[in-house]
Unconditional design. Structure first.
Length: 250
């Protein structure tokens, strides 16, 4: 196939740009094959969440037991959300990416991370009508200057062409950091901590919401956020996170 003159020019510019600013791995910083990606070594350390998984909570099975199988947790304590999906397991490689996005001002990582989330969460994305990030409290947002969940949600909305509603959900009180808290303490910490502003309720009324966060640990945060969305009139909620803590690693 012969490229047009315009296409040849754009290709030449791209090649020149790669010479001046060579693509580097977003994990280790070494030169790699393309911008916004991982080198082979870093990619091999990530553990993608792949089927078979439990239909509601999205946790993996060791072997395929069928699409409709629920986990014991989902039966004993049904979550408020309809389904949860994650891109990768929260191991060392995933933790480094999350921490760089969250604490090191590496908002440039959000696009690549959202791409992996889009591939892992195809079924919940197809079922959703709008994207809402899990919010930070205003004091923490002022300190950090950005919300990592909002960066992921924004990039995901662009990729999926779903409407993005960053102000549809508020964290109404400052909660303790969840790190180091047990399952029940996490749930108590975020209980009643979210609300939909009165002026935003029409935006979510009857809608299927894709709720986005960086890491799913016990699910306490997304469960509390989902309850607030449903209370305000949302039709249902699906959860999509970049990483998920494996059972037994809390």
């Amino acid at each position: 196939m012969v490229l047009s003159i315009g296409a040849q020019f754009r290709h030449a510019l791209h090649q020149a740009g790669d010479i001046i600013y060579p693509p580097v791995c977003i994990g280790c910083g070494e030169v790699c094959g393309g911008h916004g990606g991982l080198c082979g070594d870093c990619w091999s350390t990530l553990r993608p969440m792949e089927r078979p998984w439990r239909e509601v909570l999205g946790t993996p099975f060791s072997y395929d037991m069928g699409d409709a199988v629920l986990s014991a947790d989902a039966i004993a304590d049904p979550p408020a959300f309809a389904k949860a999906r994650s891109a990768v397991l929260y191991d060392e490689a995933a933790r480094l990416l999350v921490q760089r996005l969250k604490y090191k001002d590496r908002v440039d990582l959000a696009g690549a991370m959202a791409g992996w989330m889009a591939r892992a969460g195809g079924d919940v994305i197809c079922a959703a009508e709008t994207v809402v990030p899990v919010p930070l409290h205003r004091r923490r947002l002022m300190k950090r200057q950005y919300n990592q969940a909002a960066e992921l949600a924004r990039a995901l909305a662009v990729r999926t062409r779903l409407p993005y509603l960053p102000a549809a959900l508020l964290r109404t009180r400052a909660t303790r950091l969840q790190v180091g808290l047990g399952t029940q303490a996490r749930a108590d910490n975020v209980k009643g901590a979210f609300a939909v502003p009165a002026g935003r309720q029409t935006q979510i009324a009857g809608k299927a919401i894709l709720l986005v966060d960086d890491v799913y640990t016990t699910g306490a945060t997304v469960k509390a956020a989902t309850r607030a969305l449903l209370k305000a009139g949302a039709g249902k909620a699906f959860v999509l996170t970049f990483a998920r803590v494996a059972s037994g690693e809390l």
